[in-house]
Design a protein around this ligand. Structure first.
Ligand SMILES: Cc1cc2nc3c(=O)[nH]c(=O)nc-3n(C[C@H](O)[C@H](O)[C@H](O)COP(=O)(O)O)c2cc1C
Length: 198
């Protein structure tokens, strides 16, 4: 079994997937493991819908419609826009699974932020658990996650639901080279400071 540091450091965002579905039991296990994410008041605020097979067709159509509404093809001839959108559609359709993660919007902003933070921890846990099982993911937050028509299209209520993101999932066909990270500069505050300091 991969240790947690290896999983964190070797996981890569995957853009190219094999034409192969991940077993539903494996996906279930990945998100079950992810649910050990810290979450305040044990609200377990995450919800996951996995679009796959025929279920991905309508989902991808909604994504394309959202892109068009947001002007992705603005200024293009109808023919060029059509070609571009078809290209995006073909690309999205061959991704084995689209796991959309959403949460309820708490009316209290502080609690909403806590829930959203917990959901982000859940998403990264899912990516790491998936990686350990040889499954790759790409965490995406394309603009459709804020598009009320898209949100309604997938059967949610924009007033009460927030789409946190979508993890595209599948077995990697290609694993990109790591992108180096900068040194994290820690500031250690050992002396007293602020209004209490003399
Ligand atoms: C909130 C969030 C949204 C992201 N959205 C996208 C995206 O829309 N498209 C994309 O190619 N990568 C997206 N990424 C992945 C980053 O580009 C990726 O993590 C970064 O390039 C580092 O690569 P690595 O994950 O392989 O280390 C997103 C990552 C996060 C955390």
């Amino acid at each position: 079994m991969m240790n947690v540091i290896d999983a964190i450091q070797t996981r890569r965002s995957i853009h190219d997937f094999k034409n192969e579905l991940v077993d539903e039991a494996v996906l279930q296990e990945i998100f079950q493991i992810a649910s050990w994410a810290p979450n305040h008041r044990l609200k377990e605020p995450w919800n996951v819908v996995v679009y796959q097979n025929e279920g991905a067709q309508h989902y991808v159509d909604l994504v394309i419609e959202s892109y068009l509404r947001q002007g992705f093809a603005k200024g293009y001839s109808a023919e060029k826009a059509d070609k571009m959108m078809n290209g995006i559609k073909q690309f999205l359709i061959q991704i084995p699974h689209h796991a959309l993660i959403y949460l309820e919007r708490d009316s209290d902003l502080h609690k909403f932020e806590e829930d959203y933070s917990a959901v982000c921890a859940f998403i990264q846990n899912a990516q790491l658990a998936a990686w350990e099982k040889g499954v790759g993911g790409l965490w995406t937050t394309s603009p459709y996650i804020h598009d009320t028509e898209f949100i309604k299209g997938i059967g949610l209520d924009p007033a009460s639901h927030k789409v946190a993101g979508v993890i595209q999932l599948g077995y990697p066909a290609r694993i990109p080279e790591p992108k180096a990270r900068r040194k994290v500069q820690l500031t250690f505050q050992n002396e007293s400071f602020g209004s209490n300091s003399k």
